[in-house]
Design a protein around this ligand. Sequence first.
Ligand code: MRU
Length: 329
Amino acid sequence: MLDDVIGWRDGRIVAIDQTALPHRLALLDIATVDELVDAIVRLAVRGAPLLGVAGALGVALAARQADREGWDAGRLNAEVERIAGARPTAVNLRREVLAVAAVLTDGAAATEAAALAVRDAAIETSRRLSERGAAFLIEECGAGPLTVHTHCNTGALACLGWGSALGVIRTLRDRGALAHVIADETRPLLQGSRLTAWELGQLGIEHYLVADGAGPFLISQGQADAVVVGADRVAANGDVANKIGTYSLALAARRAGIPFLVSAPESTIDEATATGADIPLELRADEEVTSFGGVRTAPEGSRALNYAFDVTPADLITAIITEDRVIRP
Ligand code: MRU
């Protein structure tokens, strides 16, 4: 079923609704740009590489809607821009939207083919970077079996195929080099406990969930051999934006003297963004922090600072692994 994370059927996008997991495996049937933008904004479709694929298919979707509703070129461009701007931090979204939008003038068939090529490439890429990352860790830490600490969700749900950080973990398991995984629950939207734990369960990988605040302490106690995370954007200088809570793991890993690995496709590297300070960080609604499961938990009047991502400076990163290379910032 993880093969069905996102697809293209009869001119519509079909995608797993990630807000329903782990309780229900439900599919979204997306026919309009409004529906796609809504799915992206509420994180029903999420994770940097998957956002790239969703954006690519979104351009094909917009072209179909333009035909149906008689949009002129200006309206079509505006709708394509709305998809590209639905979330600001993961560079994959805008990158793939622009790549597919460049072939819009070649017609619907060419646009759909370009979008599906982005999807196929994501699957192939995830496999290659998973293997490179696992080989790197075995070289750094020995064949273990290793305990790996991870954050957020970086598996097939976020990337297609094998995933990025979770793909490295899966490859370690297949090579007999994995003891177990420690996964942060990933506040406030619980991508770790809802999605990563679900994927690890599907794969039969032993795992323990921990509260985000526990992660750095557990690392200090020698409970992980390495930290492996994904990325939403890598700046030209090697600074990495990823889910809020990543930075504290990098600090803890440095203090404990264990590797801190970032696993991400080349398409997440943004040479046009000089440093982490230039990466736009998404600030989400207060209610994600002041409420839990729709019930207000903070006093009325309390505000939240709900940054969805943080930036880990390059000097705390042991290596960034892509499908093509190992970058040691
Ligand atoms: O807000 P999300 O759930 O889209 O955030 C996802 C992450 O931060 C992932 O770690 C990142 O996209 C890398 S996935 C390969």
